[in-house]
Design a protein around this ligand. Structure first.
Ligand code: ZN
Length: 282
């Protein structure tokens, strides 16, 4: 590299630094969005980075202590100083052990801050561009703060667990989790009810103490108490005990919206007297 190239590069660096300092002061933070300044964009491009964050991050990687020249230069701006200090703090060898817990807390803080600032939950499409925030989420195996919330919500089984207590401190998050818990409670009830109906159908048409039998429809495929389908005789009628019959998977699938009697008739006509049913494999 010639002297003039090197001095040009130095100029780009100095210019970038000056512009970024000004922008950070103006925004009172390191801005996440792209700044529409042609001059700055050119400077960033010359230094092979795309955003203010990339640039600060690139410089930060070169810092290993608060005594180095880079630190002294960049720490003149308090917002950038905070970023570098956080970086140095998190990269202390003894800090690395506690990292996992820290990242959870930080992701939680990220979510709460978003909710407080926007008075709502982050949408699916909201993406943080701030590198530090992206890193927090990456460490939590989440692409967005929304997906982090979904991940956490799925781990909650009731309002007595620690996770619920921690996350429900924010009203928006609490509302989201409460709705989720209500939904799974309803689903669970439906599941239990369906199992009860299934059991009653088996008891009525096969017999409570019989474990295995043949499909009510084809009379050929085997069905068991734990593996059979409840098919309505009349699909448009209520799906109650009188209108349901225990059938095999194949019949359940083939009947579709037909009347079960019509299907049985078709089945009888198709099957020659000596025809054997295809053995059903579940
Ligand atoms: Zn069948």
């Amino acid at each position: 590299m010639s002297d003039s190239d090197s001095s040009k590069e130095k100029d780009y660096w100095e210019d970038t630094c000056r512009m970024i300092f000004k922008i950070c002061d103006q925004f009172e933070e390191i801005p996440e969005k792209t700044i529409k300044s042609k001059e700055l964009l050119i400077c960033l491009k010359k230094q092979k980075v795309n955003s203010i964050y990339d640039w600060i991050d690139k410089q930060t990687q070169k810092i290993n202590s608060i005594d180095c020249e880079m630190y002294l230069k960049l720490s003149q701006n308090k917002h950038i100083k905070q970023y570098i200090d956080d970086f140095l703090e998190n990269n202390k060898p003894e800090k690395k052990k506690e990292k996992k817990i820290d990242y959870w807390e930080k992701a939680c803080e990220l979510l709460f801050t978003f909710c407080e600032d926007n008075k709502e939950l982050p949408s699916k499409n909201f993406i943080h561009t701030n590198k530090k925030k992206v890193k927090i989420l990456e460490n939590q195996n989440a692409e967005t703060i929304h997906s982090w919330l979904i991940q956490q919500t799925k781990k909650i089984k009731d309002i007595d667990c620690e996770l619920y207590k921690k996350l429900s401190k924010n009203i928006y998050v609490k509302e989201h989790i409460d709705n989720y818990l209500k939904k799974i409670e309803i689903e669970e009830k439906i599941k239990v009810k369906n199992t009860e109906i299934d059991q009653s159908v088996w008891n009525k048409y096969i017999g409570k103490h019989i474990k295995k039998s043949q499909c009510w429809c084809c009379g050929c495929n085997e069905i068991t108490q734990s593996k059979f389908y409840c098919c309505p005789v009349l699909s448009e009628a209520d799906h109650n005990l009188n209108n349901l019959r225990p059938v095999c998977r194949k019949c359940n699938k083939n009947i579709g919206d037909n009347n079960i009697m019509v299907y049985v008739e078709i089945l009888v006509n198709i099957n020659e007297p000596d025809d054997e049913c295809e053995q059903e494999h579940y």
